[in-house]
Design a protein. Structure first.
Length: 293
């Protein structure tokens, strides 16, 4: 009987030991599973943060490229929008190993696209740099041409002025002498107003090889001591100026020296100072004065 009791007790103890060992093994399994779960959660969280960090770097790369304002700007902006949308999606998602794998695949594809676009951007930047260099060279050439043309224009203007000035005819030796006209036609010089009945006005047109040859008309104006214009008293307008002249002196000019002399008849010449002016159209080209007693 005593042996049976001992055997039963041993059996009970063995069962309890087995149950205890089973419980310990189960607890160990649960603990290990929990630890594995925590490790996986931590790993997923770390992977998620790494993906977000790389996406942020992608966005920064696109920001820099877009700021350079190349012809790819629209495509760069579109890709940046995709990166930003994925970042928002990852931040909101709880995430698991499957989702992380999906996000990594998307990240990998976006990085490949970014590298392709950045290569295009670099090519465009190189082309733009060359174009800008060519443009700068062209601008330099254009500016040099502009400066040279301005110099030529200035020289041409000066040359035109010089030619215009050189081509003007010079009126020399303007003289006026009063005469008494005899019935025989003989003229006797006098300086008395009471005796004078004709004024002889003479001048010389100088030789000028660069002047335009042909018929020339000069307008001679004689003003007496009472400020009266003698002779024809015809009035012409040149632009805004009007001219009352005594007579016209018409000359055929052939680039050689020409002596011009013309009489201005009159009656009862006034005593005092007289003024003689010669005009080429509206321009005064010579003048003199004389006095009758």
């Amino acid at each position: 009987m005593e042996n049976q009791k001992n055997n039963s007790l041993k059996a009970i103890i063995l069962v309890l030991v087995l149950l205890l060992l089973g419980s310990l093994f189960y607890i160990f399994k649960l603990t290990t599973a929990a630890q594995n779960l925590e490790t996986k959660v931590a790993s997923v969280s770390t992977e998620k943060e790494n993906i977000l960090k790389e996406l942020q770097e992608l966005k920064s790369t696109y920001d820099t490229a877009i700021a350079e304002n190349t012809s790819l700007s629209d495509e760069l902006i579109a890709e940046r929008e995709k990166v930003m949308k994925l970042m928002v999606q990852i931040e909101k998602a709880k995430g698991d190993a499957s989702a992380i794998r999906k996000y990594k695949e998307q990240l990998k594809a976006m990085e490949a696209k970014m590298k392709s676009l950045m290569l295009e951007v670099e090519v465009l930047k190189g082309e733009n740099k060359k174009l800008n260099k060519d443009l700068d060279s062209t601008n330099v050439v254009l500016q040099d041409s502009k400066n040279y043309n301005q110099v030529l224009v200035g020289q041409n203007e000066e040359l035109s002025k010089t030619i215009e000035k050189a081509s003007k005819l010079s009126i020399l030796n303007l003289k006026t002498i009063a005469f008494k006209q005899r019935s025989s036609g003989k003229q006797i010089e006098t300086d008395k107003a009471s005796r004078a009945d004709v004024l002889k006005i003479s001048f010389t047109i100088a030789e000028n090889a660069v002047a335009k040859s042909g018929d020339k008309t000069y307008y001679v104006q004689v003003i007496d001591a009472k400020n009266n214009v003698l002779g024809d008293k015809e009035t012409l307008t040149f632009g805004s100026q009007s001219l009352t002249y005594s007579f016209q002196a018409k000359v055929k000019y052939e680039n050689k020296t020409v002596n011009v002399s013309q009489d201005l008849p009159g009656k009862k010449f006034e005593k005092g100072s007289y003024y003689v002016n010669i005009f080429d159209k509206g321009e005064l080209v010579s003048k003199t004065s004389f006095t009758l007693r």
